[in-house]
Design a protein around this ligand. Structure first.
Ligand code: ADP
Ligand code: MG
Length: 253
């Protein structure tokens, strides 16, 4: 592909995936994925269920390994072996559909655990950092409650704050609003918009097309383990090139 938006080749790419192929057993889940992401770029990934979206972003923090191809994240080559995993996890924050908070820890403890364990922060410093980000997602008053005492939207904002406590350079979101009641979607999207405005490099798997239109620099459409097309949102929604994209947009818009 020679589309300049698609390649962004060069030193300013914070993520580079080259000819990435992955199989689960004999099932090929990712086929020839080429993707470069610039620092500060905001990408929305959409596509039918089962198209490989989660698998693709999970490869970026090595929750999944690949059998073929190259992945480089902020200069760290993930495909070089196991020893780079901790380095990359410290730079890449991830937010899941099912919040994944530790139920037996308070909100504050959820946020301080990783900075104390992997960044060697003191409890005092970690708590200061945690309160800063809990304020930023507008729930500092919930710090001493447990996850089950919070609404879904609040839990998801905690999950975002928890990721931010590690000072990530990249944030990955995997359908962060899909498990939420409709009235809570906006508060989570607003938090994500705030992050985008602050210049965070973001890859978001989401079907929130309003979010894609207002925040994304680029929308990527996946089907059957491949990147079918990608374009800035204006172009992507106005003139989808592929029949599969048109079908998909017809179903969700
Ligand atoms: P999406 O996020 O687009 O819905 P996924 O990346 O979750 O897609 O999954 C892509 C395909 O890979 C699906 O067909 C799914 O069933 C399969 N798959 C996902 N994870 C595994 C796994 N751990 N083992 C085997 N197959 C998997
Ligand atoms: Mg998924």
């Amino acid at each position: 592909m020679t589309d300049p938006i698609a390649t962004h080749a060069g030193a300013d790419s914070i993520i580079r995936m080259e000819a990435v192929n992955k199989w689960y057993g004999t099932f090929q889940v990712l086929t020839d994925i080429d993707l470069s992401v610039r620092t500060g770029e905001r990408i929305v990934i959409c596509g039918p269920s089962g198209s490989g979206k989660s698998t693709l972003i999970r490869c970026i923090n090595r929750l999944e390994t690949v059998q073929k191809g190259k992945i480089v994240v902020d200069g760290i080559e993930l495909t070089a072996g196991g020893k780079n995993v901790d380095a990359v996890r410290a730079e890449v924050g991830m937010v899941f559909q099912q919040f994944n908070l530790f139920p037996h820890l308070t909100i504050l403890q959820n946020c301080t655990l990783a900075p104390m364990r992997s960044r060697g922060m003191s409890k005092e410093e970690a708590e200061q950092v945690a309160m800063k980000y809990l304020s930023r997602v507008r729930i500092p008053e919930q710090a001493h409650k447990y996850p089950s005492q919070l609404s879904g939207g609040q839990q998801q904002r905690v999950a975002i704050a928890r990721a931010l406590c590690m000072s990530p350079k990249i944030m990955l979101f995997d359908e962060p609003t899909s498990a939420l009641d409709p009235e809570m979607v906006k508060e989570v999207l607003d938090t994500m918009i705030g992050l985008a405005e602050d210049g965070m490099t973001m890859l978001c798997v989401t079907h929130e097309m309003g979010f894609a239109r207002s925040v994304a620099d680029r929308v990527i459409f996946m089907a059957d383990g491949k990147i079918v097309e990608q374009a800035p949102p204006g172009e992507f929604f106005a003139q989808p090139k592929h029949e599969k994209t048109r079908q998909f947009l017809g179903q969700i818009l």
